[in-house]
Ligand binder design. Structure first.
Ligand code: UDP
Length: 256
């Protein structure tokens, strides 16, 4: 069989599959939220990756990114491309668990459970607007701090120190793939957070800067088409999807 399916040592026994050598957990939203509750209670650093087709394609040429995903404590299937790829390989996934939905759910959990979240990323002012909007939706949600994502890599350690000083228990990083994943991997054990996750363009959506695709597009696996119409510069990211599916078909044929 082209894919492996085994129990995950790190993700609390959540089963996982492999697509093009990249781990993806077979997990739904409820299972992911349960894992987050356990991560927060663990008191140690845990990394969640929300993997979409573009990330898995990118990981084929970026060994560092591939290792980061494979070593993550939980990898959720973010996007219809991954769900489709898993189906082609005969190891279907439960459902899509996108970064934007998960980030929102984490904010709801923060209000219910009392853990604090740091918002790092996006253009100046956007993370703060996103956090404020979400705290209006989820009164009682705890914002540990916010910072934009436009700083040079030589300031990474300084920014990680800010997160640590904030006392945040959870960290959302919206700086794009793979910068956000590499930042989290490098500093997760220095920041004092129990859970850290890259969330791509989510802060732009929460702040109101960018409108999310209507539900119909999401339900029909066409969110990418909506985004492309709204922002033609996304063509590079979207054009990876057919390439990804070709690679998946090849993996199924060659059985590796
Ligand atoms: N971004 C950032 N720092 C950078 C480059 C990008 O904070 O140096 C932000 C950008 O403003 C946007 C997010 O990262 O909010 C990336 O969004 P995109 O939809 O491109 O995410 P991806 O496709 O990588 O998931």
């Amino acid at each position: 069989m082209a894919t492996t399916e085994k129990s995950d040592n790190l993700g609390d026994g959540i089963p996982r599959i492999s697509i093009l050598g990249v781990k993806v957990n077979r997990v739904d939203m409820t299972g992911t939220l349960d894992a987050i509750t356990r991560f927060i209670a663990s008191g140690t650093a845990n990394m969640i990756v929300t993997a979409d087709a573009s990330m898995i394609a990118m990981a084929q040429d970026d060994a560092d990114l591939k290792n980061i995903i494979n070593e993550a404590d939980l990898v959720t299937p973010d996007g219809s491309g991954i769900v489709k790829g898993a189906k082609i390989l005969g190891t279907p996934l439960a459902q899509r668990v996108s970064g934007v939905d998960l980030a929102r759910e984490m904010c709801r959990m923060s209000a219910e459970q009392g853990f604090s979240i740091y918002f790092l990323g996006a253009e100046p002012g956007v993370a703060d607007a996103a956090a404020q909007n979400l705290s209006r939706t989820y009164p009682g949600m705890k914002i540990a701090g916010t910072h934009d994502g436009y700083f040079t890599p030589d300031r990474d350690s300084e920014i990680a120190s800010l997160v640590k000083a904030s006392g945040a228990q959870a960290l959302l990083v919206a700086m794009g793939i793979p910068r956000q994943e590499k930042f989290i991997k490098r500093y997760m054990h220095d920041m004092g957070v129990c859970v850290a996750m890259g969330v791509g363009g989510s802060f732009d959506v929460f702040s109101g800067k960018v409108k999310r695709a209507p539900k119909w597009f999401q339900d029909h696996g066409l969110e990418w088409a909506y985004r492309l119409c709204k922002d033609p510069s996304k063509i590079k990211k979207v054009s990876v999807l057919p390439k990804f599916l070709m690679m998946v078909y090849k993996e199924r044929l060659l059985g590796k």
